[in-house]
Write a protein that binds this ligand. Structure first.
Ligand SMILES: [Fe+2]
Length: 407
């Protein structure tokens, strides 16, 4: 901290821009606002993480899902692997939207592992891949902390260079592939070819990935928080939803862990005992175990993002009018960058803490099972995740119920 060796790079890789961020023409200041990126000293980090590499999905029909994310979410197909490129097992479409990279996999061979994953879990996230400056160092540390290494560090090469990668297991059937692409210039990974489609460009409605939430079984949240501390050197963020709030209202408990630079943030939920079945229990039942629950997409303009997505058929969770008209809530919302009526018209929620506020909204599940969904988030200083909305929303609903005499 006090002395800097002369051979040290002036900019640490973990606070430099990732390739995807450069492609999206984002700068560090924008990332500070969008996702709360912070500087930190990586020299003592046992598992330095640069940022997100990709979110890899197993879906029932990747060919159609690619068109959905292109036409609805404004992402762009940039690379492809499939039977035509020698991959007879599955299709994989790589899409880019802002700095966010999705890889959509759908089985071609009925015996593909992609088909097995889909049979068990429905459309879902297989891999939350992370970009790291030193794959070997991460795996060595993870192994020393008891992590399951699914793929040993190895090089994969083609005419565009070499990628070093490895993979460790996390909750359920989910994995973290660790990728060092510093010696690679291809469109995604060796085995993939560049691909563009004829779809009219819609324009991305988001710029970056803010957080990915994991749902785990009752009583296992602290185990996974500990996993991210020990194995991956993540630290806790302030937000904590305990059963004091959760039991009556939202029926979940939640803690948040983050990588040193806060690019990668993982809220971890477990169900809480409640009068009604918890939303987390429903997820665990239909996903057949722990998995990624929602992906929060950071946008600089949530209002136009919501308008565009609604126009293209995306359905969002409804917010009761009482959320906006209730004097208590109105006081809590305070002054934001637009009149409250603009938020109310779109059902956008507000949460506030000592650092600022955030605007957020949640979609309905994106697949056939009541499991994975998206959040759009526009941060204005707040580094929270919308904790205040858990209680506020449920209280607003209860006041509505009371008005109808049903409480
Ligand atoms: Fe969230």
């Amino acid at each position: 901290m006090t002395t800097t060796p002369t051979h040290a790079p002036t900019t640490d890789q973990t606070t430099a821009l990732t390739g995807s961020e450069r492609l999206a023409e984002l700068d560090l200041e924008q990332l500070r606002q969008l996702v709360g990126l912070v500087e930190y000293d990586a020299s003592h980090d046992p598992f330095p993480v640069t940022g997100w590499d990709a979110v890899v999905w197993a879906v029932g029909n990747a060919t159609q899902a690619a068109a959905y994310y292109e036409n609805v979410y404004g992402m762009e197909v940039v690379a492809y692997s499939g039977p035509e490129t020698g991959n007879r097992d599955h299709h994989a479409y790589v899409l880019q939207g802002g700095a966010v990279r999705f890889v959509l996999c759908g089985a071609v061979d009925p015996d593909s592992a992609v088909a097995d994953h889909h049979r068990a879990h429905g459309d879902g996230v297989v891999d939350i891949a992370l970009e790291v400056p030193d794959v070997d160092r991460c795996v060595e540390h993870a192994r020393s902390q008891g992590a399951t290494v699914l793929e040993e560090p190895h090089d994969v090469s083609d005419e565009h260079g070499t990628v070093r990668r490895a993979a460790i297991a996390t909750y359920g059937d989910t994995r973290h592939t660790l990728v060092d692409r510093s010696r690679y210039t291809g469109p995604y990974l060796p085995g993939f070819v560049e691909r563009r489609t004829t779809a009219v460009r819609q324009g991305a409605v988001f710029q970056a990935l803010d957080h990915v939430v994991g749902n785990v079984e009752l009583g296992h949240m602290d185990e996974w928080v500990d996993f991210y501390h020990r194995v991956m050197g993540f630290t806790n963020m302030a937000e904590f939803i305990g059963d004091d709030i959760a039991t009556d209202y939202s029926a979940l408990m939640s803690k948040v862990v983050a990588s040193g630079n806060h690019r990668v943030k993982f809220p971890l939920n477990e169900p809480a005992i409640a009068k009604k079945k918890s939303q987390i229990d429903e997820y665990l039942e239909f996903y057949r175990g722990p998995g990624a629950q929602h992906l929060a997409l950071a946008t600089a303009d949530i209002l136009s993002a919501v308008d565009a997505l609604r126009e293209r058929g995306v359905e969002f969770l409804a917010t009761p009018d009482s959320y906006y008209t209730d004097p208590e809530l109105r006081a809590r919302i305070g002054e934001v960058r637009v009149p409250i009526e603009e938020l109310q018209r779109r059902g956008i929620l507000v949460d506030r803490d000592e650092d600022g506020y955030l605007l957020q909204i949640f979609t309905k599940p994106v697949g056939d099972r009541p499991t994975v969904f998206f959040e759009l988030i526009e941060r204005h200083g707040s580094l929270g995740f919308g904790k205040g909305n858990f209680q506020a929303l449920f209280e607003a609903i209860e006041r509505e119920q009371a008005k109808r005499g049903n409480f």
